[in-house]
Design a protein. Structure first.
Lengths: 347, 311
């Protein structure tokens, strides 16, 4: 009864905190909707290639008009002016009797895509000039587990689910407890007969239901906006989510025990938060990162955790290939839990 | 065997000690608080008042000594004591968006017995703010809510740590009224303060504390009289005080002159005043105002420590 009251009060106060509601529910959904839309695969990339002066009148430039690249023919000075303004990602121009392609280092993504298409078109033109016909290899988009869903949102969604757990643990649990201690909320409770475990249990229950709701919203958004489905069993997915929730909650309690003030906690938690947020494969894979960095990040729990989560969610796999990863998460959970129990202070 | 305290006492402390890494915060402190009285711990900042109070409240473990609260011992009966005492900490931090009514109901639910939120809101005059978010209350209202929270379990003994610090004069008076009402309901109150006027107005008895020790205990009037500090008649001057020597001679009393004021100490202002007024008239002393200042707890503290309370 006491626990239930405590739990209901936590929810009431949380629901009144608009900032918390935004960051917990709206923000992750906006991220998913935003990035999912921007990087929706299948839609043709809008790449503009500037063809300067005589280059615009070459057979290559004419052949490019049939590709997804949009060719913009400009005279020399105009092309140069556009380049200087930084608007041109790639420019085809005459150089020493031949052609050359200039790619803007500030716009590498579009520039490289343009470069690739120009090279292919150029090679195909050379093959045709010798009386041949180029053949294209079929390309199919698939996830590592051979799932059909191939859009970026499907990759991002499990990443955001994991990131939500991380920020719930480090901020909703860790930061909140440091500030309760700093502001004396715990001391006020300590002079009442309320058993302390009830207060903490109320908090944990509240965070669990928040996480559950938050994940349900994300899955619903993924399903309705991007047609993303959980490929594995929902039971296994719930189990993996619970495993992660335990880990990051324990981490929050453990880190909170090392800080005296909110400022101190911000410094400590960011040491863990930012590397995990950027280097654990939430938004992109780290396959092109240096080996030492990849291995270093594996030591932090989010990276192996997301691999397992994606295996279940995107590929419908079981956890057989992720025993070590889940064990790493488990070791973090156990270590943080022990630290938290040993070091936790009310005042 | 624990010595049981007499039933007329609400709390006793014997030889209380608290050692922090760098300071001996409480150094062999003894207290006896009677049931139904308002007992004050008066002392400057850093005297050890709050540490003492927190040991009495069971918040801070003591390094030595004995405490008995309502006939119970913290080491054995913590839960039972907590159910019967009310505590207002120096600063009570609540959630920004909790309302006074919700806070009172929530904290009330922690106790086996609790008073109704409406009655408490009425007692501290917050009925019209019952459903406003905590963050929108003024400083005085927050303090009154903190006081109501300390009463939520209908406690026999109430601890108030600097209840009026940081409040404007009007809000302080409002809080004093509430403390008087709490006493009228038959509760025992122990409060700390560094305001001597507050101690004089509110406390039936008080202990003056400095460097973690009780310097003296008693009723405010008793302490003042006991020290035999004279009252002071003050003549104030608008534009610099004249030389007091001729006047002093005529009056037959020592007169101290300082910063636009003449001070004439006396144990019997009533007997002195007629002659003083006559002498002032005769010497044509151009004074602007006259008033009699009796000794205060501030003087008691000054006398005991050689320092002022605000130092």
């Amino acid at each position: 009864m006491l626990l239930y009251r405590q739990f209901v009060m936590e929810w009431k106060l949380f629901a009144r905190d608009r900032a918390a509601m935004f960051w917990t529910f709206a923000f992750p959904m906006l991220l998913l909707a935003g990035f999912g839309t921007i990087f929706r695969s299948g839609s043709a990339p809008a790449v503009t290639l500037v063809a300067a002066g005589g280059a615009a009148r070459t057979p290559l430039a004419q052949a490019l008009a049939t590709t997804p690249v949009k060719v913009l023919a400009l005279e020399g000075p105009e092309a140069e002016a556009r380049w200087r303004k930084g608007e041109t990602s790639a420019e085809l121009e005459e150089s020493g009797g031949g052609l050359r392609l200039r790619v803007n280092t500030y716009l590498m993504a579009q520039g490289q895509m343009a470069a690739q298409i120009v090279q292919q078109t150029s090679l195909a033109g050379q093959v045709r000039a010798r009386g041949g016909e180029p053949t294209w290899l079929p390309v199919s988009m698939e996830s590592p587990g051979h799932a059909t869903s191939a859009n970026y949102a499907a990759f991002l969604l499990p990443g955001l689910l994991g990131l939500n757990l991380l920020s719930m643990g480090l901020f909703s649990v860790g930061m909140v407890n440091v500030s309760y201690r700093e502001k004396g909320k715990f001391r006020r409770l300590a002079v009442t007969p309320l058993p302390k475990w009830i207060f903490l249990a109320g908090q944990v229950l509240h965070r669990l239901t928040v996480t559950f709701l938050q994940s349900a919203f994300m899955l619903a958004l993924g399903y309705f906006a991007f047609d993303i489905r959980n490929q594995g069993s929902y039971l296994l997915l719930a189990g993996v989510m619970a495993w992660g929730t335990a880990c990051f909650m324990a981490m929050g309690f453990a880190l909170a025990s090392f800080a005296q003030t909110s400022e101190g906690y911000a410094a400590i938690s960011n040491v863990f938060f930012f590397p995990m947020m950027f280097l654990s494969g939430v938004y992109f894979t780290l396959d092109s990162a240096p080996k030492w960095m990849q291995q270093g990040v594996v030591v932090l729990p989010l990276s192996p955790y997301l691999k397992a989560l994606r295996a279940v969610f995107n590929d419908g796999a079981d956890l057989s290939g992720h025993g070590v990863g889940m064990a790493v998460v488990g070791v973090w959970t156990a270590g943080c839990f022990l630290l938290a129990v040993k070091r936790f202070k009310w005042a | 065997m624990h010595p049981h305290m007499p039933p007329e006492l609400a709390l006793t402390a014997r030889n209380l000690r608290k050692q922090y890494p760098k300071v001996l915060a409480v150094d062999g402190l003894d207290l006896d608080v009677r049931r139904g009285e308002v007992f004050g711990l008066l002392g400057p900042n850093g005297a050890g008042k709050t540490t003492t109070l927190e040991m009495l409240e069971g918040l801070t473990p003591m390094d030595g000594g004995e405490i008995e609260v309502l006939g119970l011992d913290w080491r054995r009966d913590g839960a039972a004591i907590r159910a019967r005492i009310g505590v207002q900490l120096q600063s009570t931090s609540l959630f920004n968006k909790i309302t006074p009514r919700e806070a009172l109901e929530l904290y009330g639910s922690y106790y086996p017995r609790c008073l109704s939120a409406d009655a408490l809101l009425d007692l501290v005059q917050l009925t019209d703010k019952a459903d406003a978010y905590h963050v929108t209350l003024s400083g005085g209202q927050m303090q009154r809510l903190a006081l109501a929270l300390a009463l939520v379990n209908d406690p026999e003994l109430v601890f108030l740590d600097e209840p009026t610090t940081g409040l404007d004069p009007q809000a302080r008076r409002g809080l004093w009224d509430v403390v008087r009402r709490i006493k009228a309901e038959g509760r025992t109150v122990i409060l700390t303060t560094h305001y001597m006027d507050e101690a004089e107005v509110l406390c039936d008895r008080l202990a003056i504390i400095d460097h973690g020790k009780v310097l003296t205990q008693g009723t405010p009037m008793g302490l003042i009289q006991e020290l035999a500090i004279p009252s002071v008649v003050e003549l104030t001057f608008a534009a610099g005080e004249p030389d007091p020597a001729p006047f002093a001679q005529r009056l037959g009393q020592a007169v101290t002159a300082r910063a636009g004021i003449w001070e004439i100490p006396t144990f019997d202002p009533k007997a002195l005043l007629p002659g003083l007024l006559e002498a002032a008239e005769a010497s044509a002393v151009p004074y602007q105002q006259i008033h009699v200042r009796r000794a205060t707890l501030e003087d008691v503290f000054l006398h005991l420590t050689g320092r002022s309370l605000r130092d």
